[in-house]
Write a protein of this length. Structure first.
Ligand code: UDP
Length: 468
């Protein structure tokens, strides 16, 4: 039986195949979904690329199939968007996904293959399934707000919000509150506008061609956005399922399996044990975002002068132009931070956010990081960089009001001020934010508890999969 109790039990009756986009922020929620489906009795096979391959030994309950030859070219592509497009092109050309699905469908003595769940950016996988008559569902690894935003680009162009100009950046988007023009991912600002538009179209197209949309969010967090999505998709026969936060959905045998691609440095947990409750600022910009050397220095000096203890994730590749080794901290930084700081290459983030010593999270507003922070009731200092992060940062500050948005250039004085505001005691704005973060945490936790909205949604999702 599943974590939600009761509900569908597909044990022995069906298998589902899952295909994540091979990036950390996409692999994690897909593997978490896999755990939840397995806990409901479904057999699960994860298709994956050689690039950023998950470690099967860490997920003993799941089957893995590598579709290797599609990858080298895609992995070499310059930026994230180009990689996604190259991956799709290579997948289509090689036919390996189709072959892998066909052999799962033909396997004798196995539960039947009910459907493929693909990342919303992988239309090539969807086409492969369609060619075999296999139904598909799409996993959206961003927020419901972002889902709506990506489907609104025709409107945004039509109403003149886009392309953005110097003078309209502060303009509120009446149709999508609380977003402003500056929160939009503007394809015209990319080196190739066509490629930017393409990435937006992918998620919209795969959803339209699917038998259902799975969203890593909760009724407790985005009720209004989810209602609008339901109103839009239901008439098209595409049910949406809000099953988040996925990292806390699967209880039982799938729980606690790490989905991190990098080794997590657990030494910092002992360091946290020695810090006062709520005193530490945790700082991480996720797995993809990069900063210039100048920005890196402003972050460092801002942290040092904030006077607060901090745990900072400085991963390999964080600083542009420095790829082979971990970036070097500025001279004198250790002395300036006066033993208040700890720097690691990669942290056990969920454990860190759950630690009582952590009182704030400086984040790039990646959706997984945001959900993890919300779930632990940790207020955020949001510094979004690109894509859906911008909208998420706005929601954190203006919709849920559980964080501060750091806008404009990263500059040590502004950093220091923002950190002080976030971490200040109960009296000030920081205290109010902490209170709201605590209330939101309780609501979101209820949605993944027994009988909660996300548990019910997974029950419905499994029923739906078995009916396809
Ligand atoms: N993460 C981690 N250790 C770190 C930093 C991040 O395990 O030191 C994890 C984090 O818990 C989250 C994921 O990496 O699940 C980052 O996903 P997110 O969507 O926040 O950002 P992305 O990396 O996709 O930009």
């Amino acid at each position: 039986g599943g974590a939600g109790g009761g509900g569908a039990d597909g044990r022995g009756t069906a298998r589902v195949a899952l295909f994540p986009l091979p990036f950390q922020g996409h692999i994690s929620p897909m593997l978490q979904l896999a755990g939840a489906l397995r806990a409901r009795g479904l057999a699960v096979t994860v298709l994956h690329t050689a690039f950023n391959a998950p470690d099967p030994a860490r997920h003993p309950g799941l089957a893995f199939v590598a579709v290797p030859d599609a990858i080298p070219e895609a992995a070499a592509a310059a930026n994230g968007i180009a990689k996604i497009l190259a991956l799709n092109a290579a997948m289509e050309a090689s036919g390996r996904v189709r072959a892998a699905l066909a052999s799962l469908m033909a396997a004798e003595g196995q539960p039947r293959l009910a459907c493929l769940v693909l990342d919303s950016t992988l239309p090539a996988a969807q086409k492969a399934a369609a060619g075999l008559g296999l139904p598909t569902l799409v996993l959206h690894t961003g927020s419901a707000a972002c889902f709506r935003l990506f489907r609104s680009y025709d409107m945004l162009h039509h109403r003149g919000y886009l392309p953005s100009t110097e003078s309209n950046l502060d303009m509120p988007i009446e149709e999508l509150p609380p977003l402003k023009v500056s929160d939009l991912f503007d394809p015209s600002k990319l080196p190739s506008k066509e490629i930017g538009q393409k990435i937006l179209d992918l998620a919209t197209e795969t959803t339209t061609s699917s038998s259902g949309a799975i969203l890593n969010t909760s009724e407790a967090l985005e009720p209004h956005e989810l209602k609008l999505i339901r109103d839009e998709l239901a008439p098209k026969g595409i049910p949406p399922f809000a099953v988040g936060p996925l990292h806390k959905l699967a209880a039982g045998d799938g729980a606690g399996e790490t989905t991190s691609l990098l080794e997590q440095d657990r030494g910092c947990v002992e360091w946290l044990d020695a810090q006062a409750p709520g005193s530490v600022l945790y700082v991480s910009f996720g797995s993809v975002a990069r900063v210039t050397r100048d920005e890196f220095l402003e972050v460092a000096w801002g942290l040092a002068s904030s006077g607060r203890p901090f745990l900072w994730v400085v991963r390999r590749g964080l600083v542009l132009g420095v790829d082979e080794r971990p970036p070097e901290l500025p001279e004198g930084f250790g002395a300036a931070a006066a033993g208040r700081g700890r720097v690691v290459e990669w942290a056990p983030q969920q454990e860190v956010l759950a630690h009582p010593a952590v009182g704030g999270f400086w984040t790039h507003s990646g959706w997984n990081s945001t959900l993890e922070s919300v779930y632990e009731g940790v207020p955020m200092l949001s510094r979004p960089q690109f894509g859906d992060q911008l909208a998420t940062g706005r929601y954190v500050a203006d919709s849920w009001k559980v964080g501060v948005l750091l806008e404009g250039a990263v500059e040590r004085g502004a950093v220091e001020t923002a950190i002080r505001k976030l971490m200040e005691d109960e009296e000030g704005e920081g205290g109010a934010m902490r209170g709201r973060a605590g209330a939101l945490k309780e609501k979101v936790r209820m949605s993944v508890e027994r009988g909660g909205s996300s548990q019910q949604a997974v029950d419905k999702l499994v029923d739906h999969m078995l009916s396809l």
